[in-house]
Ligand binder design. Structure first.
Ligand code: ZN
Length: 132
């Protein structure tokens, strides 16, 4: 289905290929017919490939964005370390205080749980004894 309501007719992205030998331009990849040498039977003797061009006319090159996962990991770690280094003393103290507060809260919660199970005489009640 083609969207018709857009009203904007988008031109298909035409790729441009130019023979760097004779400067002839084509919109498809392949051999330049005037530069490629054939023998009498039509077999290619010396193929001359057209070179893909960018919209601005410069030679298009395969984008080098195939980053290996390992490289990403290293970069990520490096960025992470950098970000940590950027923390000011105040920020570090705050982060530390938050961690301590959390640890304290957990400790208190555990102590509270123990307190509930602790009898007045100090013995800890573990479940209910069925043997009387
Ligand atoms: Zn050519």
């Amino acid at each position: 289905m083609k969207p018709r309501s857009l009203g904007v007719e988008r031109l298909p992205q035409t790729k441009t290929y130019q023979c760097l030998s004779c400067d002839s331009v084509a919109h498809h990849k392949g051999l330049c017919r005037s530069c490629t040498q054939y023998d009498e039977s039509g077999t290619v003797l010396k193929p001359v490939q057209r070179t893909r061009l960018n919209a601005d006319g410069s030679v298009w090159e395969v984008p080098d964005n195939r980053i290996r996962p390992a490289a990403v990991t290293v970069d990520t770690l490096r960025a992470h370390r950098k970000a940590q280094k950027k923390l000011s003393k105040k920020q570090r103290a705050k982060a530390k205080a938050q961690q301590k507060a959390m640890a304290d809260a957990m400790k208190k919660e555990m102590e509270a749980k123990v307190a509930i199970e602790t009898q007045e005489d100090g013995s800890v009640l573990i479940g209910e004894s069925e043997e009387e």
